[in-house]
Design a protein around this ligand. Structure first.
Ligand SMILES: Cc1cc2nc3c(=O)[nH]c(=O)nc-3n(C[C@H](O)[C@H](O)[C@H](O)COP(=O)(O)O)c2cc1C
Ligand code: SF4
Length: 484
């Protein structure tokens, strides 16, 4: 339908009627072969939000009205953006940098002018958003794609008045479209049961266990939640003052407004399930053993580090997590060099540092781009923010080490060396090492299971999946995997 892409000069091109002819013929052909009660829904963007297609909101409005006039369509399903260019692709599955109900206005505009129901899609995340969309007259139906991926029980729980128990979608797109775009099966960061049935159906508790979980990050909390849900008694120890582990820091990142929702849900579920949580407790074997556990799950996570290669830098060097903890004045008028071997954490860190008042910020990475590890729905907002903050991006740079207090980088294509001394502060993002000391120190006859980043630092996806798996296997007929 785009006058830019459709250059035909026959009856399938030329003007809007010609450019719509193919869609009209397809819809009519479908109507002809299906029964009267078969619903034909037409999915379309209400606004491509880019001028590369030569179609704007008014054009899409006209297209919808013309399609409605052929009397074959039962429902218009309205989203936003287009996959035609990277800059608008994020809008097709808007990540959490977009507000909730972000495309309702498009459905609302069309609704009074179409003869059939109109559905709105785009960050309708919770049942309350669906309710508001309907009562405020935005649409007749709602799509809740990722909300249902994150918790397929959402409609039932909401119907039963148990909204607090609904596992929320955090909107980062990494586990769902991020995985499929990378050629993997559909998954979900917060719901590992999507990719693996074994993690969806909880096993019957065959023999009761008193379980001690050490570590209150995503892996430990998930293990505790699932074990408690299946009827075990669970006691969780966390060394920090609050639960969350590294995920709590992730929630402090800008444009990640919903990241913390999963943690809030886990905390609420642990409370509902009667898990005994002790924060501010430095874990020792004596403390665990006083609980007389039948098994111990160690989920002590990972700590961020300044890499070995950076030893000897003359200026202060800190980690990305330390940036989140730092007083913003630390960066005022400073020139800051950020190095992240893969990109995403460094991107967030650079923006935070610049926003805090840094003078000049450079983001350097080994990757071909500074966002190699980021999917296409997250790239546009992240690139725009890097531009807005005028961050200098230098990809293809290998961190070699230091010489006379200067950082040494090597360009991976030219092999040229660069010596960096013009910065006041260096930040290293994404470097982590496992906290395995507690697991190593335990001397006991009872089973000890290690899960999550304390085995090897990876993403929240693996941490949650391992937590669910061990929580599901303890005291069941399933084989308990130790992961260590
Ligand atoms: C994994 C995944 C695959 C999708 N595939 C399609 C698709 O093939 N066609 C389409 O029009 N939209 C597709 N979408 C977009 C959804 O239909 C929906 O418009 C979008 O996710 C925004 O709604 P939500 O905020 O409720 O998730 C997909 C979304 C996800 C998460
Ligand atoms: S992977 Fe993330 S964005 Fe996708 S459905 Fe799950 S929680 Fe939502």
């Amino acid at each position: 339908m785009s006058p830019v892409l459709n250059q035909r000069d026959d009856e399938y091109g030329r003007d809007i009627i010609g450019r719509m002819r193919f869609s009209v013929e397809v819809v009519k052909a479908i109507r002809k072969v299906v029964s009267d009660n078969f619903i034909i829904s037409f999915r379309m963007s209400g606004d491509p939000m880019t001028d590369v297609l030569g179609l704007d909101q008014e054009d899409m409005f006209e297209i919808a009205q013309r399609l409605d006039a052929i009397n074959c369509i039962d429902l218009f399903n309205i989203s936003g953006g287009t996959g035609a260019i990277l800059g608008a692709q994020d809008k097709t599955i808007p990540p959490d940098s977009y507000p909730v109900r972000c495309f309702n206005h498009l459905a609302k505009k069309m609704r009074p002018h179409l003869s059939v129901p109109v559905l709105a899609a785009g960050r309708i995340v919770k049942p309350i958003h669906a309710e508001q969309s309907l009562t405020e007259g935005d649409c007749d139906l709602v799509a809740m794609t990722r909300a249902i991926i994150a918790d397929p029980n959402m409609p039932v729980l909401s119907y039963e008045g148990k909204d607090k128990q609904i596992r929320p979608c955090i909107g980062t797109n990494q586990g769902c479209i991020g995985r499929t775009a990378a050629g993997l099966s559909l998954g979900c960061t917060v719901n590992p049961g999507v990719a693996n049935d074994h993690l969806h159906d909880y096993a019957e508790m065959v023999y009761f266990q008193r379980v001690v979980v050490v570590g209150g990050g995503p892996a430990g909390m998930e293990a505790a939640r699932v074990a408690a849900e299946r009827g075990h008694e669970v006691i969780l120890f966390e060394a920090e003052a609050k639960l969350g582990g590294q995920a709590a820091y992730g929630a402090l990142q800008p444009d990640r407004g919903h990241f913390g929702l999963h943690m809030e849900w886990l905390i609420s579920e642990l409370h509902r399930l009667g898990v005994n949580v002790y924060c501010n407790v430095e874990a020792t074997q004596d403390i665990f053993m006083k609980m007389h556990p039948d098994c111990i799950i160690v989920a002590t996570g990972a700590r961020t580090i300044v890499p070995r290669e950076a030893a000897g830098i003359a200026v202060p060097s800190i980690t990305d997590v330390e940036v989140l903890d730092a007083n913003p004045t630390f960066f005022t008028d400073k020139d800051v060099f950020v190095y992240d071997p893969s990109g995403m954490r460094g991107c967030y860190t650079s923006n935070i540092v610049k926003k805090a008042g840094a003078n000049h910020v450079e983001l350097s990475t080994l990757g071909e781009t500074v966002l190699d590890d980021v999917d296409n729905t997250n790239k546009p907002s992240m690139y725009k923010r890097l531009r807005e903050y005028n961050i200098l991006c230098t990809p293809n740079q290998r961190l070699i080490g230091t010489e006379n207090g200067e950082i040494v980088l090597q360009d991976v294509w030219s092999n040229e060396f660069r010596y960096i001394s013009e910065f006041d502060i260096c930040v290293f993002a994404g470097y982590r090492t496992s906290r395995f000391e507690i697991a190593d120190s335990l001397q006991t006859q009872i089973p000890v299971h290690t899960i999550g980043d304390c085995v090897a630092p990876r993403s929240m996806y693996e941490a949650i999946a391992e937590g669910v798996r061990i929580g599901n296997e303890i005291g069941s007929h399933k084989k308990v995997q130790t992961f260590s």
